[in-house]
Design a protein around this ligand. Structure first.
Ligand code: ATP
Length: 363
């Protein structure tokens, strides 16, 4: 299958900053794709290169297999929805949506048909006579989306589409955005620094850092199987520890499942994959000693912060309410944090040393 959108060897330099540093990317027709990364990682620049607002120093952009690198933005069969929605304030919703089609000189009947369908998909049918100031933030956001969808681009590029909305509305709009995307059958490329949004919305996610793509995969692959320390630290919370915190005996137990592990590697364990027990586990169990420093109540779960073994490395455990009731961990307790070997991820060495920076930005 030909990719709906493809970037080949893309590079863009701004003075000393390499904003996009050798990106290869294929987005398939009808796919919901997210570019995820901390501030300054180059995701907006990459999106602007796709749209044609930025010219790459190297590399090319293809839409449905055709090279569009030399084409102006309005000549490319794709559309971009900006952070600020820029609706026409004096026009009704209907006119805001049909305006672009009138500019294209489509026939009246075709305009009515397409606009009607698009307003339906975006849930705006009852609001078509209103003006933007008579709408809520979420409704205005949907008008902007309708305006982009109605032109039936092959690919729609969206820069932080939900960042202007408050939390509750954002969650609702995520569901609507995904539904509208699947119904319209258009490939979406969303830029976001919000990992929950990326994991919740996208069919596939590219995690970016320092102008490069660190990992591409389904949300589950990126979350469960991060390839390096940056991805492990940026996507969700994670305990990242040197293999050396494990005793030789524990390393042997881990190696039975994962194979031999080089001693200079880091491992990652999700807080929700650790369980706490009060008595020392048996010979076949993989565990770390933990001294409890603090517990933080979250209603549905309890975050337990402690130190691993005798190393004083921070170790966080997330207990469900049920498990928290049974164990009742308290500050000062010496307990055991148990993990299934398959939930220990051995990370590739971080050649850039940027993992720690990424974690700081993510918090
Ligand atoms: P954010 O989430 O903060 O928008 P981003 O991941 O979208 O960040 P970009 O806007 O692509 O990042 O910027 C990547 C790098 O390139 C940053 O260091 C930024 O300062 C730099 N940069 C972007 N545009 C320009 C420009 N026009 N001139 C100079 N430097 C730029």
């Amino acid at each position: 299958m030909t990719a709906a959108l493809e970037g080949r060897g893309l590079r863009r330099q701004f003075g000393p900053v390499t904003a996009v540093d050798g990106v290869d990317l294929e987005i398939m027709p009808g796919e919901f794709f997210a570019l995820l990364g901390p501030s300054g990682c180059g995701k907006t620049t990459l999106l602007r290169i796709f749209a044609g607002f930025e010219t790459p120093d190297q590399g090319s952009v293809l839409v449905n297999g055709a090279d569009v690198t030399a084409l102006k933005p309005n000549r490319r069969p794709l559309n971009m929805m900006f952070q600020s929605y820029a609706l026409f304030p004096h026009m009704t919703v209907w006119r805001n949506v049909t305006y672009g089609l009138e500019m294209e000189r489509l026939e009246e009947a075709e305009i009515r048909k397409r606009a009607g369908e698009t307003l339906e998909v975006t849930g705006l049918t009852d609001l078509e006579d209103r003006k933007p100031h008579e709408l809520s933030g979420g409704q205005r956001q949907r008008v902007a989306l309708a305006r982009a969808l109605v032109k039936r681009p092959k690919v729609l590029l969206l820069d932080e589409p939900l960042s202007a909305l408050d939390r509750g509305l954002r969650e609702q709009m995520q569901v609507e955005l995904k539904r509208a995307q699947k119904e319209a059958g258009i490939a979406f490329v969303v830029v976001t620094h919000d990992q929950e949004e990326a994991l919740g919305l996208a069919d596939r996610v590219a995690v970016m850092q320092g102008g490069r793509i660190r990992q591409i995969g389904t949300p589950r692959e990126v979350y469960d199987a991060p390839e390096d320390e940056f991805v492990a630290g940026f996507v969700g919370s994670n305990n990242i520890l040197p293999v050396a915190v494990l005793s030789m005996e524990m390393r042997t137990r881990l190696a039975r499942t994962l194979g031999p592990i080089e001693s200079d590697r880091q491992i990652a364990i999700r807080p929700e994959r650790l369980a706490l027990v009060t008595t020392q586990p048996g010979a076949d169990t993989l565990y770390l000693k933990i001294k409890i420093l603090e517990t933080v109540y979250h209603g549905a779960d309890l975050i337990v912060a402690g130190e691993a073994g005798d190393t004083r490395r921070p170790l966080t455990v997330r207990l469900s309410a049920g498990a928290a009731d049974r164990i009742q961990p308290k500050r000062g307790d010496d307990l055991y944090a148990v993990v299934e070997p398959i939930h220990v991820r051995v990370l590739a060495p971080d050649a850039t040393g940027a993992g720690a920076l990424g974690r700081d930005v993510a918090k």
